[in-house]
Design a protein around this ligand. Structure first.
Ligand code: PLP
Length: 356
């Protein structure tokens, strides 16, 4: 029996995707070669790359004038590529500080220019999303993090900005509808909702590039990758292929509209139990709660040993909270079924019966 995998990342993917991916490693498309031993320039692999990019466009409704790229270096390299490509020489960018990942993005931008923090929720250990702030008019772009994987907060709305709009959507991409036209650049490491670690999705509006007067190292320049259809150098063939399979799974089941509802049902079920059960407390501000990462505490920490033993015995995995928040974190990415959430809720109710 497979475990109920609440891991924050790398994370659960659809079981059928694991099956198809493992078959392709042995014999891809019945060509008697493995996916990972053929040329990335072969027609079989070029078709994978094209299909993956067109699935992204279709599922997210990417408008004309945007490029879809599969890069390497994780979301962490995008923290640097974004300012290289969008921050003018001697320029300025605005950042919303909503946690660890936002901080890492700010650190890289500061290497190249002035990264202004417009607002931060650090004063409350990032348990909410700041809403009252002004984005200066003289910045090259505004950067935010749509879902804060560690703290369990999620932006439900995005601010209007006088500048370009950039968003790290690593942990909630494809989990709900987004209006891509509202953004100039979106990036996401694959390993939270799309595929295995090793590739990063970038969606960028073409017309915003080439305006910084900077000398950009070849590999860090988005235009390098746009010109070569994400094949400037050897692409991460396996992560791109598995991402393609996951996106096919999403499309077949009803796309982003379908998964948004599934994700809401899962979130309602678990937050409902956290709010009802007197043993538990959610750590994120209610209006900013994430549908992807649910952070919560046991009010009486002496019950932790018993709770841990119970959820492990029920086949759950990956529920330990991040060290900067403590407690528990249930990550409920797209491929996690509602039944897995029900198993966790049952364990929480069982603990309540035992403890009270
Ligand atoms: C996991 C994560 C990252 C880091 O991604 P890597 O691909 O490991 O570099 C960045 N931002 C957010 C929001 C994340 O959840």
């Amino acid at each position: 029996m497979k475990k109920h995998n609440f891991s924050a990342g790398p994370c659960i993917l659809p079981q059928e995707v694991f099956q198809q991916a493992s078959e392709a490693v042995l014999n891809f498309n019945n060509i008697d070669l493995s996916l990972i031993e053929i040329s990335h320039r072969s027609t079989d692999f070029v078709a994978v790359m094209e299909n993956a990019r067109s699935l992204v466009k279709e599922l997210l409704g990417v408008p004309e004038g945007y490029s879809v790229l599969f890069l390497q270096g994780g979301a962490s390299l995008e923290f640097l590529m974004v300012p290289y490509n969008l921050m003018k020489e001697g320029g300025k960018a605005a950042y919303l500080d909503t946690g660890t990942w936002a901080n890492k993005a700010i650190k890289e931008a500061s290497l190249l220019g002035d990264a202004v923090v417009v607002e931060s929720s650090k004063n409350k250990n990032y348990n909410y999303i700041p809403k009252e702030y002004k984005i200066p008019t003289d910045v090259d772009y505004f950067h935010c993090t749509s879902n804060n994987t560690i703290y369990g907060t999620q932006m439900k709305e995005f601010p209007a900005t006088p500048s370009l709009m950039v968003c790290d959507m690593s942990s909630d991409i494809f989990s709900k509808k987004v209006n891509v036209a509202d953004f100039d650049l979106i990036y996401a490491g694959a390993q939270k909702n799309m595929g295995p670690a090793g590739t990063t999705l970038v969606i960028v509006k073409d017309e915003v590039l080439g305006k910084t007067n900077r000398t950009i190292p070849t590999m860090l320049d988005y235009t390098t990758h746009i010109k070569k259809d994400s094949m400037f150098n050897t692409p991460p063939v396996f992560p791109v292929y598995v991402s393609m399979l996951t996106l096919e799974w999403l499309k077949k089941n009803g796309g982003v509209q379908w998964i948004e509802k599934v994700n809401k049902d899962k979130a309602d079920l678990l937050y409902g139990e956290i709010d009802r059960n007197p043993l538990f407390t959610g750590t994120a501000a209610v209006e900013d709660r994430s549908n992807m990462n649910v952070t919560f505490l046991l009010n009486d920490s002496s019950l932790e040993g018993e709770f841990n033993q119970m959820w492990q015995a029920a086949g759950c995995n990956g529920l330990k909270g991040h060290r900067s928040v403590g407690g528990y974190r249930a990550s409920m990415y797209n491929a996690l079924p509602l039944e897995s959430v029900q198993v966790l809720v049952d364990v929480m109710q069982e603990l309540e019966r035992k403890a009270l």
